[in-house]
Design a protein. Structure first.
Length: 174
């Protein structure tokens, strides 16, 4: 997944439906372990250019439920991946590969499974909600993201690093 070029697309209203289907599948398959599922990332902000990957935050109340919930989500054609730097280490990241192919690196969905209302949970939801309620900052984010994407020629490491810088500045404004 690391060597693939980042692909960006104009907002697709079907992303909301994709999230709702994923949310329903996770809640029904996780037998009560998962108590909340939230749509996050740029696909959750109406109108923004984004990677065509539906990012999902799934929360459990008991940290001991994370392994069993992760196994149940894996049953929905997801696989575990190393957690990104901006999330707590007690969670699990699961991705759904595009076309179930290992050679197609960009996933269709990414689930961050963690404790509901943990610090990472609260921060992620706060950023999403802040961008939803401050469209001028969301547009600034989009412009910076596209500019850096072009400058970095779609390199995933540079793309992620530049987004992290923007989010650090955004957190200072919140």
């Amino acid at each position: 997944m690391e060597n693939a070029s980042v692909r960006l697309m104009h907002y697709d209203p079907r992303w909301r439906q994709e999230f709702e289907q994923t949310r329903s599948s996770i809640l029904s398959s996780c037998e009560g372990d998962v108590v909340a599922v939230e749509h996050i990332g740029s696909t959750a902000i109406s109108g923004l250019i984004a990677r065509p990957t539906i990012d999902v935050l799934a929360g459990v109340t008991n940290p001991a439920s994370i392994p069993s919930a992760a196994r149940l989500i894996e049953g929905l054609n997801f696989r575990r991946e190393p957690f990104g730097d901006w999330h707590d280490r007690d969670g699990v990241q699961l991705i759904k590969p595009r076309h179930r192919s290992e050679s197609e690196p960009e996933p269709t969905h990414c689930v961050f499974l963690m404790v509901h209302r943990s610090d990472s949970w609260k921060q992620t939801i706060a950023i999403r909600d802040f961008l939803r309620t401050h469209p001028e900052l969301a547009i600034d984010f989009e412009e910076a993201k596209v500019k850096q994407w072009r400058h970095g020629e779609g390199d995933p490491r540079r793309y992620a690093a530049n987004k992290a810088i923007f989010f650090a500045h955004l957190l200072d404004q919140m």
